[in-house]
Design a protein around this ligand. Structure first.
Ligand code: PEP
Length: 252
């Protein structure tokens, strides 16, 4: 049985005031969500504050990125140990905005994945195809390549302490959600691809869908057999919407 995981990626949004308001809304409603792991991922400068604001609740903390290095002369970067020190449980690696806007490649992302685990964090590995890749019929190849970058370097067993987020890039922040059938097809492919290497790891792996998931479409997406949660951008910035997605996961 895979516990659903609903994670909010706040990206580079918020202020001390708006984050305090958001956390207050989440704290008021999170107990009603049910057996779902609720996670928030603030901009790193607010992690300490959100750790304090979420203390005593079931809300888990994630970072949006980390360095592949452990310490030293890496100006502007944050090590996994530092995120752990401030209470993070998860860290997103390979978000499409890191891959496609900041130019991070599969190899660096694999190293960030491993650096997260070495620091005691659980990586949320984002994968997914661009619109032109979907249109040219290579969605599965792209997802396989992005997963295999981790497997080929660090083995299949490392996936047992991770979450995978399938996020079709064309659906992120666009309001164009994948249909439940489109998403399920790729999720099933991802699980099957991993199962060919290790069935137990594949069976236990939580695979989130991300890409314009909201309070209105969450239930249909989350009811698919291989969709174990969501990675939510825009809709995670409003407590009511994020909690509604959590409840949709809890009511399945
Ligand atoms: C994301 O950034 O991971 C994401 C899924 O964003 P949105 O929900 O806004 O599409």
């Amino acid at each position: 049985m895979r516990q659903p995981i609903i994670a909010g990626n706040w990206k580079m949004n918020g202020s001390r005031k708006s984050i305090a308001d958001l956390m207050s809304g989440l704290k008021n409603g999170v107990a009603e969500v049910g057996d779902v792991e609720m996670v928030v991922s603030p901009p790193s400068i607010y992690i300490a504050e959100v750790a304090a604001l979420s203390s005593g609740t079931s809300i888990a903390l994630s970072a949006q990125d980390l360095s592949d290095a452990t310490s030293g002369p890496y100006t502007g970067e944050i090590a996994g140990s530092m995120l752990k020190d401030f209470g993070c449980k998860y860290v997103i690696v390979g978000h499409s905005e890191r891959r496609n806007v900041r130019g991070e490649g599969d190899d660096l992302i694999a190293d960030k994945f491993k650096a997260a685990q070495d620091a005691g964090l659980t990586p949320i590995l984002c994968i997914g195809e661009l619109l032109e890749e979907r249109e040219s019929g290579v969605t599965e190849e792209v997802c396989a390549r992005q997963i295999d970058a981790v497997i080929n370097k660090y083995g299949t067993s490392v996936l047992s302490n991770s979450v995978v987020a399938y996020e079709p890039v064309w659906a992120i922040g666009t309001g164009k959600t994948a249909t439940p059938e489109q998403a399920q097809k790729v999720h099933a492919f991802i699980r099957d691809h991993i199962a060919k290497k290790d069935q137990t790891v594949a069976d236990g792996l939580r695979i989130q869908y991300g890409g314009s998931m909201n309070a209105g479409n969450a239930a249909d997406l989350l009811s698919q057999p291989d969709i174990d949660g969501g990675l939510i951008g825009g809709a995670s910035l409003k407590a009511e919407d994020f909690l509604a997605i959590g409840k949709a996961a809890g009511n399945l």
